[in-house]
Structure formats: structure tokens, C-alpha cells
Design a protein around this ligand. Structure first.
Ligand code: HEM
Length: 417
């Protein structure tokens, strides 16, 4: 097959700085949806891939989970980072989380964590989440009339929730916070460790592993009824999880459960400030909170992409995709698809239906979606009625990323009851 030509607009998907510039990103994505919905992207240092920008195609790829699999390239990273990850795995020391796995192994490993997202566990957890939500809104009241909503509220609240769920001691929260930022913010100068080189990224991974290996040993010796104990003692086909799979499980819960929710909370706060009429509607009718939360998640789309690789030659929207080619699921684009969402660039707290793909779709559908929704619901239910006034106190700043990201600063001025 001859090399496909590249639509210059598609480059944004392999450029971390594009995600820090909403206008540039959405101009390119709107163009791609209309003109080149299955677009070839070849932008070193990344290996080439097909960018899938239509909502229906993202769902079709995720649904066809035998034709499009997660191995060996579940997400976009540079060719050098892909190679290093492969070498580490071959050496028995690498990251292999649920998102790296395919069925049937994936289904069995997922089952271990699936129980804690059941309604009963969520109901029990709500008490703690509500308590933490109040703690952080009280903190806002104490430190007002100005704060950076991201660093003062949105970062710590979900971190505390996820660490509480795992059962980690509060004294370790700060360290976990730094590690998750270094791990997910690898493209942003403010977050990356030292120079952000591959060696530095490996050091971050090693720190995670060392921490969680100790945790596994202690929870196997003495289970304490928390999620860490469930993971440490989880079995697949009657056998305990391998060390790599166990450590990777913690890593995905600790990391996936934190930055993502922080980005949805701060993105939601900004959307309410930018759309005061929507904020007023929500204040007047708290019953709108569930649809408002869903809209905040669609609006912010904290997880920008995941990837799949074709196991056979196929076609998508008439474009030939060869066995071994990777496809990039552009969730940000799917969530602004004009064919699915009426007036997609309008933030609407009562949007219904709202079939966004911010939590993915299919067998990998986010395991923490119920928890994330609960966290947003608790925080805004506590905050909105107490908020007498709020405005921006400076320019909001987005992080550079190709994977998980959102606001890194949201300076606000406010008064709270
Ligand atoms: C607003 C917040 C969140 C967003 C936007 C989000 C988004 C996502 C997305 C897009 C996926 C991949 C789905 C796919 O490939 O189809 C995913 C998977 C996952 N998420 Fe979340 N997530 C959020 C919060 C959380 C939380 C709070 C947790 C943990 C408590 C969590 C744990 C996971 C896990 C374990 C997976 C892997 C599931 C699998 O591969 O089977 N996420 N999430």
C-alpha cells in the first residue's frame, strides 16, 4: 500500500502543545470530522497512526475488540518510549495495566476491581466523599476571597478520595500526588521530573513500583478490607496476580482515579464561570446536578485518547486500514461531534441525552466512572448553594499533553457562605 498523505490539521493529535490551546485544537478537529474523519498522522517522534475523530467510529472500533486490540500500543507515546516500555515488559519490569490488556486475560483481571464499583460500595463510599467535599469547600471559604481552584481544591479532593479507597495512609498522599503528576504530566514542563527524559520517566515508574510492592507484601500478610487488599489478594484462574500485574493495578487506580477527576472538576468549574446563566440554572434547580456533571465530563474530556491496533486488514469509512496499523480514538473530537450533540460547543447543564465517550466505551469502559460522577456531584452540590459570587482572577492555563490533561491553573475570586 502506498503511504497515505497527511492532512496538516491532523498533526495536532501528535502535538502536546495543541491540547493547551483549545481554539487551535477544536478548529483542527472540526475540520477533520468534516473532511478527513479517518486521517493518517505521521509526526515524529511518534510512530504513524490513523486518527479516528467521529463519535460513531470511536464506538465502532471499541466495540470490535477482537479486530482492534490494545496490545501492543494502548496509547500514544513516542517511538522511543514505546520501545522502552516493550523492553521493560520483556525484562519483567514494566507497566501492564488493564488498558494494556486484551480479553480473555483483561476480563479476568478487570473482575478483581469490578466489585468495588458496585452500587453498595459506592453508597458506603459516598459518606467519605461528601465529608471530603465539605472539607475542601470549607477550605475555599477559609482561604478566600481568591485561590487557584486547581491547586487548592481540584487536585487534593480526588486524590484524598482515591487514596482513602485504596486504604493508603494520609502521610503518603503528598508523595502519591507528586508521582501521579510526574507520570501523567510527562509532556508539561511544570510537572515532568527533572528533564523529563526517558530515564527520568523510568525513575518515576520505578518509584511507583517500589512503593506498591511494599504495599502488596503488607496487604498479603494482613488484609485490611480496602481496595489495596482486594488487589493484593486478587486471583486469576486460581493464581495470584503476577508482580507486574499487581503493581500495575495500583498504578492505574491511583493514577487514572486522580488526574482525570481533577481535570473534570476544574474544567466543570471553569465552564460554570464562563457560562453564568448555566450556573444560575443549576443553583435554582439542584435536580439538574446529574446532567450537569455529565456535561462537565463531556466538556472537559480529561482523557484525550486511547489507541487500538488492527489484527487484520479492514476498512473504516472507506479508508483501508492494514493489519498492524494503530488507530487513535480522539475522545475530545467525538465529544464535539455535530452528528451526535446538538450545538456541541454549547455548555448545557441539562443536556439529555448526553452519550459522550469521555469514559470510553465497550469492554474497557472506565471502571471508575461511578466514583468520578459521585465526586463531581458531591463537590458541586456542596459548593454551588454556598457560592455567592465567583469570577476569574487571572487567565486559566491548560496543560500540554497527548493523554490526560486539563487546567493546571484556574485563578478565581469569590465569596462563599
Ligand atoms: C472524570 C474522570 C475520569 C475519566 C474521564 C476517565 C476516563 C477513562 C477512559 C477514557 C478509560 C478508557 C476506556 C476505554 O478504553 O474505552 C478509562 C479506563 C479506566 N479508568 Fe477511568 N476515568 C475517570 C476516572 C476514573 C476513576 C476515579 C478511576 C478509579 C477509581 C478510574 C479507573 C479506570 C480504570 C481502572 C480503567 C481501565 C479499565 C479497563 O481497561 O478495563 N477512572 N477511564
Amino acid at each position: 500500500m502506498s503511504t497515505p498523505t497527511m492532512d496538516p490539521a491532523a498533526k495536532v493529535l501528535a502535538d502536546p502543545t495543541a491540547y493547551a490551546d483549545d481554539d487551535r485544537l477544536h478548529t483542527a478537529l472540526t475540520h477533520l470530522r468534516a473532511n478527513n474523519p479517518v486521517a493518517w498522522v505521521d509526526n515524529p517522534p511518534y510512530r504513524p497512526f490513523w486518527a479516528i475523530t467521529k463519535h460513531a467510529d470511536i464506538m465502532a472500533v471499541e466495540r470490535a475488540n477482537e479486530l482492534f486490540i490494545s496490545e501492543p500500543r494502548p496509547l500514544l507515546s513516542t517511538a522511543a518510549a514505546d520501545d522502552m516500555a516493550k523492553e521493560q515488559l520483556e525484562a519483567g519490569m514494566g507497566l501492564r495495566t488493564l488498558i494494556h490488556m486484551d480479553d480473555p486475560h483483561h476480563r479476568k483481571v478487570r473482575q478483581i476491581g469490578a466489585d468495588w464499583s458496585q452500587p453498595k460500595v459506592m453508597r458506603d463510599l459516598k459518606v467519605r466523599v461528601d465529608e471530603l467535599a465539605k472539607r475542601y469547600v470549607d477550605k475555599m471559604a477559609d482561604i478566600g476571597p481568591e485561590c487557584d481552584f486547581v491547586t487548592d481544591v481540584a487536585v487534593d479532593f480526588p486524590l484524598y478520595v482515591i487514596m482513602s479507597l485504596l486504604g493508603l495512609p494520609e502521610s503518603d498522599f503528598g508523595r502519591m500526588h507528586a508521582l501521579t503528576q510526574e507520570m501523567f504530566g510527562g509532556d508539561d514542563d511544570e510537572y515532568k521530573r527533572d528533564s523529563g527524559s526517558l530515564e527520568d520517566q523510568l525513575a518515576v515508574l520505578l518509584d511507583f513500583f517500589t512503593y506498591f510492592s511494599k504495599l502488596t507484601a503488607s496487604r498479603r500478610e494482613q488484609p485490611t478490607g480496602d481496595l489495596a487488599s482486594t488487589i493484593a489478594n486478587g486471583k486469576v484462574d486460581g493464581e495470584p496476580l503476577s508482580d507486574v500485574d499487581t503493581a500495575s493495578y495500583y498504578v492505574i487506580v491511583a493514577s487514572a482515579g486522580h488526574d482525570t477527576t481533577k481535570d473534570a472538576i476544574s474544567g466543570g468549574m471553569r465552564a460554570l464561570i464562563d457560562n453564568p446563566a448555566e450556573m444560575a440554572r443549576l443553583r435554582e434547580d439542584p435536580n439538574l446536578m446529574p446532567t450537569a456533571v455529565e456535561e462537565m465530563v463531556r466538556w472537559s474530556t480529561p482523557v484525550k485518547e486511547f489507541m487500538r491496533t488492527a489484527t487484520a486488514d479492514t476498512t473504516l469509512r472507506g479508508v483501508d486500514i492494514a493489519e498492524g496499523d494503530s488507530v487513535y480514538l480522539a475522545y475530545v473530537s467525538g465529544n464535539r461531534d455535530e452528528e451526535v450533540f446538538t450545538d456541541p460547543f454549547r455548555f448545557d447543564v441539562s443536556r439529555d441525552p448526553n452519550k459522550h465517550v469521555a469514559f470510553g466505551y465497550g469492554v474497557h469502559f472506565c471502571l471508575g466512572a461511578a466514583l468520578a460522577r459521585m465526586e463531581l456531584n458531591s463537590l458541586f452540590t456542596e459548593l454551588i448553594p454556598r457560592l455567592e459570587f465567583i469570577e476569574l482572577a487571572g487567565a486559566p492555563e491548560l496543560s500540554a499533553t497527548t493523554f490526560v490533561g486539563g487546567l493546571k491553573h484556574l485563578p478565581i475570586r469569590y465569596s462563599l457562605r
